[in-house]
Design a protein around this ligand. Structure first.
Ligand SMILES: CC(C)(COP(=O)(O)OP(=O)(O)OC[C@H]1O[C@@H](n2cnc3c(N)ncnc32)[C@H](O)[C@@H]1OP(=O)(O)O)[C@@H](O)C(=O)NCCC(=O)NCCS
Length: 169
C-alpha cells in the first residue's frame, strides 16, 4: 500500500453491482479483513467464495450497490465501495428483516460515499418491502455509528465478548 491518496474523481456513480465487480469488491473486503475488526474473518475471501456470496445474495432477493469512479484519462471503472443487504436470521419470521453491509475503499473515504451508498440501499430496502434493517457495528467504529445514527438507526443493544480477533475479544 502506498501513501498517495487516490485522485479525486470528478464524479462517482452508484449502480447495482454485477458479478464483474466481485474481484474489486473482494479487494475492498479483504483489505478490511486484514487490518480491522469491522469484519471478523481472519483470512481473505477467495474469488470463488466472493462469487458464491454475490449469487446467494441476489438469489435471496437482497440488493448490492457499488460506487464507481472513472479517473480522468483512465479507461477502467474503479469500484470505490459497496453496500448490500443480507439475511439477518434464516427463520421464516425474519424474512422482512435484513442486515446491511457497507464498505468504502480506504482511499475513497470521507467523500460522502458511505452516505450515498447507505441512502440508496435504504430506499431499495423500502421498495423491496423490508420492515427492519439491522447494522452490526464493532466497538470503536465511530464513523459507522455516526453514519448509522444520521439515518435514524438507534442503538438497541450491545453484544459483549462475542467476536475474537487479533488476540482480543
Ligand atoms: C464507515 C464507512 C462506511 C464510512 O464511509 P465514508 O464514505 O468515509 O463516509 P462519508 O464520507 O459518507 O461520511 C459519513 C459521515 O460520517 C463521518 N465520518 C466518516 N468517517 C469518519 C471518521 N473516520 N471519523 C469520524 N467521522 C467520520 C463524516 O464526517 C460524515 O458525517 P456527517 O454526515 O455528519 O457529515 C467507512 O469508513 C468504511 O468503509 N469503514 C470500514 C468498513 C465499515 O466499518 N463498514 C461498516 C460496518 S457496519
Amino acid at each position: 500500500m502506498n501513501d498517495i491518496p487516490a485522485p479525486i474523481p470528478s464524479t462517482y456513480k452508484i449502480r447495482p453491482a454485477t458479478e464483474h465487480d466481485m474481484p474489486q469488491i473482494n479487494g475492498i473486503v479483504n483489505h478490511e479483513i486484514a487490518v480491522s475488526v469491522n469484519n471478523f474473518n481472519y483470512g481473505p475471501r477467495s474469488e470463488q467464495d466472493g462469487l458464491a456470496w454475490f449469487r446467494a445474495t441476489i438469489a435471496g432477493g437482497y440488493p448490492i450497490f457499488v460506487a464507481t469512479s472513472t479517473v480522468e484519462g483512465g479507461a477502467e471503472e474503479v469500484v470505490a465501495g459497496y453496500s448490500s443487504l443480507g439475511s439477518f436470521r434464516q427463520k421464516d419470521g425474519y424474512r422482512f428483516t435484513a442486515e446491511y453491509s457497507l464498505y468504502i475503499h480506504h482511499e475513497h473515504r470521507q467523500r460522502g460515499l458511505g452516505k450515498r451508498l447507505l441512502k440508496d440501499l435504504l430506499i431499495e430496502a423500502k421498495l423491496r418491502n423490508f420492515h427492519a434493517i439491522i447494522g452490526s457495528i464493532s466497538e470503536g467504529n465511530e464513523a459507522s455509528v455516526h453514519l448509522a445514527k444520521s439515518f435514524g438507526f438507534r442503538v438497541v443493544g450491545t453484544m459483549k465478548d462475542n467476536g475474537f480477533k487479533f488476540n482480543r475479544w
